[in-house]
Structure formats: structure tokens, C-alpha cells
Design a protein around this ligand. Sequence first.
Ligand code: ADP
Ligand code: ASP
Ligand code: MG
Length: 423
Amino acid sequence: MALLVMKFGGSSVSDAEAMRRVAGRVVSSHQAGNQVAVVVSAMGDTTDELLDLAAQVSPGVPPQREMDMLLSAGERISMALLAMAIEKLGVPAKSFTGAQAGMRTDTAHGRARLLDVQPARVRLALDEGRVAIVAGFQGISTDDDITTLGRGGSDTTAVALAAALDADVCEIYTDVDGLYTADPRIVPSARPVTRLTIEETLEMAAHGAKILHLRAVEYARRFHVPLHVRSSFSDKEGTWILVGRPLTEDTMEEPIISGIAHDRSLGKVTAVGIPDRPGAAAAVVGAVSRAGVSVDMIVQNVSTSDAATSDISFTIPETDGQTTVAAVRGLQAEMGFSDVLYTSHVGKLSLVGAGMRSNPSVAARLFSALAEAGVNIEMISTSEIRISVICDQADLEAGVRAVHTAFDLDAEAEAVVYGGTGR
Ligand code: ADP
Ligand code: ASP
Ligand code: MG
């Protein structure tokens, strides 16, 4: 008997009919002789709607504790409805909030991190022959307050539950037929990927492929949880995410492109005219990280304002724009730099695959594809398995399509997007 964790995202449970369809799928897995724990997200756009409501009653920054109370309600609605729908099909089911499922987190409301997972009640329900349903995206803090794990966090709940239960596989059911070489919403000719290593998946997720929450992939790597990403709307096989890929002779030294990720939610901050001395970058990046913002790409070069000084530019999540600018401005007088500039609507395109750095032709091909598409590159960074460029957000989609074609990734068949908004 296998133990499965099946996770269903918001677009898979968007209304009562979808909920019944998912219940049918869960029941089939259960009847096939598996123990089944399910993780559900809030229905459709519920989380966004709750955020809108909060903004109406409390413009600005609402109290974070109450925000988490509010947002966690979305997943509770789903878990109870799904339990009812499964019971209706004759299989016993029981739902659990994140707290009841033993998801202990730190106290960082809105972006809490899991500290400990003790799903004793879930295990008991499974041993009683029930389907256990756990509300995704939430936990209970060390102060006994309800927390949420950050947008897209239900994937992380699912992987953490799979690890704690020592499940055979964590199945992520979504609104597309698995992972593709690019987001099928913007590249209809994207090619389905049947297998991907966890490292490549990590790069895709870290650079904007929102099909998997980055922390879920990190967790899966750390705890060796096999991931299977597939559609809840079809029976296509989807994508298996593996710990290592066997190299065959013909792929040994060739670059292997796994896909193109894009991120349209970035902002760029530049500290202009920083006196050139050791420790300048550390001071700027240190102040930003103390403000709780993670810095992505960083570039330092000779200042446009004065040759004896340098500029440091870096990208951050757009939602952290104001916090970051305030943190950098706080250093301005002490460090003596001339200005802080901020650009919102910055986009990032990342080409991910093995053998990037050792094959210089890959970068050349990428840059010329972007040039032909009229996309101006503002920043570049490379790693062993990725090349990323920063550009204007308005050029991003055209850039992704051009690069996809330039690397011969286009498939003949059009990818199917079954639901959701892609937001
Ligand atoms: P869920 O509600 O199931 O959690 P998400 O909206 O979070 O679903 O993630 C699924 C979406 O991820 C897809 O609809 C697709 O638009 C997007 N996506 C981005 N990059 C990729 C990719 N490389 N392959 C497949 N989907 C991708
Ligand atoms: N409902 C949450 C969100 O919309 C969590 C999730 O769907 O994973 O971000
Ligand atoms: Mg998601």
C-alpha cells in the first residue's frame, strides 16, 4: 500500500463542480488501495478577494495577525467542502486546519517558515482508513497564533506533510499538464517536460516559474520527497521531478536546456555615487536584508555620476520597493552616496539548463535572440545552470517567446491551460 499526498491548487477547486471532480479523483486513488492525504488551496481567487476586502476596511498595512486569520479562512472553506464531497462518494474523510495537522511555524506573519511538522492526527485518520484533508498555506506559530506561509504556500504544506508522513510521492495537481519549457500561458508552443532534476526545478521556481512554490522545491530536495506535477483536469502523465538524471552518451557534453522562467514582479534599486571602498556593498545589502527583503541580482559598476565612485544596482520583489528604498536611504548620509533611484515594472528572463557556463554559444544565442526581438538587456547574471537577464517588464513576454524559438524548444502541439488566471 502506498501513501500519497495529493495537493490541489485554487483553480482545481474553483467551484462546487470542480470540488466534486477532485473528490472523485481522490476517491479513485483511495479505492486503488492507497492511503491518501490531501492538501487543498483556497477556491479560485478567494485569497485575492480576501486581500481586497482587507484593503477596503484597512487601507495601508493591515494588522498582520488579523490578516493571517483572514487569509487562512480560504483554505478552511476548501478543506471542509472537499471532505463533504468525498464522504458523499462513500469514503470517510476528515479535514484538519494547519494547526490541527501539526504545522508549527515561526511568528513571521504572512511569510511564516515551518519549524516543525507533527501530523499525528493526520496519521491517525489515515490509519483509520480515512482520507485526511489538510488546509494548505497555514500553520500555528510558536506564540499559538495562526500564520500563513506566503503566496503559493500550499505547495510547501504538501511537501512538508509528505516528508513528515514519509509518503511515497507528493502529487501536485494544477491547471496545466505539468511543467513546460516555459509558462504555457505566454508561450502556447511550450513543450511538456516529462522529467526534470530537482536542481533544475529549483532554478525554474526561484526565477519565477510559479507552478511550484520555491520553498516547496527546497523542502523536497532536503527531505528527498519525489514530486509529480500534473493536471487535475486531465489524465496526462505530467512531470516527475527527480533527484538525479542519468546522463546518456549523446547528452554528455551538450548543453541541455530545461526551460525559460520569467518573473514580472520585480523592482530595481540603484544607490548612485557610493565612495569606492571595501564594505560598501556589504553595508547596502546588509541594510536591505535587515529590512527583511531578499535581494536577487546585484551589479556594481563605475558610477555614471563620478569616476571615483561606484553605483550598486539590485533587484528585489516589487512589493518590497518602498521598504527597500527606505532602508537604503537610511544609509545615504553616513555612507555619503549621492542618490537612490527606484524603477518598478522590471522583468527577468532566465534560461535554465545544464552546461550553461561551459558552452559560451548559449549566452551568445540568448543575447542575439533578445536583440532581434528588440529587447534591451539591463543586467545579466550567470550560474552553472542558468543565465538571467533583467529587462523592461513590457518586453518580457516577447523576449520569452523569442528565446524559446531560438533554442528550438517550440512544440507542434499547443499546450492546454485548463483554468485559473495565471496571477
Ligand atoms: P495552483 O493554483 O494549482 O497552485 P498556480 O497558478 O500556482 O497553480 O501554478 C500554475 C501556473 O503556473 C500555470 O497555470 C502556468 O501559468 C504557470 N507556470 C509558470 N511557469 C510554468 C512552467 N514552466 N510550466 C508550467 N506552468 C507554468
Ligand atoms: N491560497 C494561497 C494563495 O493564493 C496559497 C496557495 O494557493 O498556494 O497564495
Ligand atoms: Mg500555486
